[in-house]
Design a binder for this molecule. Structure first.
Ligand SMILES: NC(=O)C1=CN([C@@H]2O[C@H](COP(=O)(O)OP(=O)(O)OC[C@H]3O[C@@H](n4cnc5c(N)ncnc54)[C@H](OP(=O)(O)O)[C@@H]3O)[C@@H](O)[C@H]2O)C=CC1
Ligand SMILES: O=C(O)C1=N[C@H](C(=O)O)C[C@H](O)C1
Length: 266
């Protein structure tokens, strides 16, 4: 599978190049960066401090996709939307790891996914996707006597909160409870907040240092607490998931898919 990586100089972009080199059946044949980046026009391998790879970094995804079957995108919502339009126009699959979309941006993404295979997930790891199933089950088994709180921690560079993973876990808890997350989410407490509303699902975000990604879903009852946790210790985890999704897209009809489909966890 020939892969174009967008935002290739970023933390996940670099990790995707390194991880692809260790996996069978995938080859990085295209790479993009933001217009104006120092990386544009450079050989990808040399830009990464290694040997020449024969892949030139461009700011034009359409050009990168001429030699690729699928794009993998870990950039930022506005850039991802533009990449989605290009993939849809060219009939190329797209794996989206970007997080922090607004509701309007997600609505704008949907028509593009109707024209090619799109896989999107706020977390590409097996562990987190499996955890969403467990959270749904536990939330379904417990009533509102158990308060649900999602606590996440990430590195100091992360720009969005709650994390995409926290929102996936919150959605799973809401689904288990049979409610809409939008109706019960409590996404920021400060000052005299009043007592906690029964049934709310709370979110808290910690930012600091080089934390890769830690998520706890807390079910707090009277006299007992259940905590379900996931700790990421290596970004290659997300890259492996994204590359697996790219391989999975081969021959799939157009549509919006998630990692539960890719991992067979539905
Ligand atoms: N789903 C998952 O499993 C995971 C998701 N993520 C998400 O992925 C996203 C990226 O994370 P991370 O790699 O840490 O962030 P980085 O900021 O390190 O990387 C993003 C890269 O995208 C580049 N970029 C921005 N706009 C464009 C554009 N128009 N064309 C090409 N490249 C562009 C940025 O350039 P510049 O620096 O110049 O802006 C940067 O190099 C975030 O939303 C994060 O939450 C991260 C890890 C796992
Ligand atoms: O920005 C990150 O780093 C991460 N983002 C994703 C998220 O928002 O949940 C996945 C992972 O936690 C790392």
């Amino acid at each position: 599978m020939r892969i174009a990586i967008t935002g290739v100089s970023g933390r996940m972009g670099r990790m995707l190049v390194d991880t692809a080199a260790t996996m069978n059946g995938v080859e990085v044949t295209g790479a993009t960066e933001r217009p104006g980046s120092d990386w544009i026009g450079q050989d990808l391998g040399q830009a990464l401090g290694g040997a020449a790879s024969g892949v030139t970094v461009t700011d034009d995804l359409a050009q990168a996709l001429e030699q690729a079957d699928v794009a993998i995108d870990f950039t930022a919502p506005a850039a991802t939307l533009e990449h989605a339009r290009i993939c849809a126009d060219m009939g190329r699959a797209l794996v989206i790891g970007t997080t922090g979309f607004s509701d309007d941006e997600l609505a704008a993404l949907a028509p593009f996914a109707a024209r090619a295979c799109f896989v999107r997930a706020g977390n590409m790891s097996l562990g987190v996707n499996l955890l969403t199933r467990v959270v749904k089950q536990v939330a379904a088994a417990l009533d509102e006597a158990f308060d649900i709180e999602v606590v996440e921690a990430h590195h100091r560079h992360k720009v969005d909160a709650p994390s995409g993973t926290a929102l996936m876990l919150g959605e799973a808890a809401a689904e288990g409870r049979g409610v809409r997350l939008a109706d019960v989410a409590d996404r920021g407490r400060d000052g005299i907040t009043g007592a906690r509303k029964p049934g709310d699902i709370g979110f808290s975000a910690i930012r600091g240092g080089s934390i890769i990604g830690t998520h706890d879903v807390i079910f707090a009852g009277e006299g007992e607490t259940i905590t379900l946790s996931h700790v990421a210790t290596d970004r290659s985890l997300f890259a492996r998931g994204a590359l697996k999704a790219a391989l999975w897209c081969d021959g799939k009809p157009p549509g919006a898919y998630d990692m539960l489909s890719v991992l067979g966890l539905e």
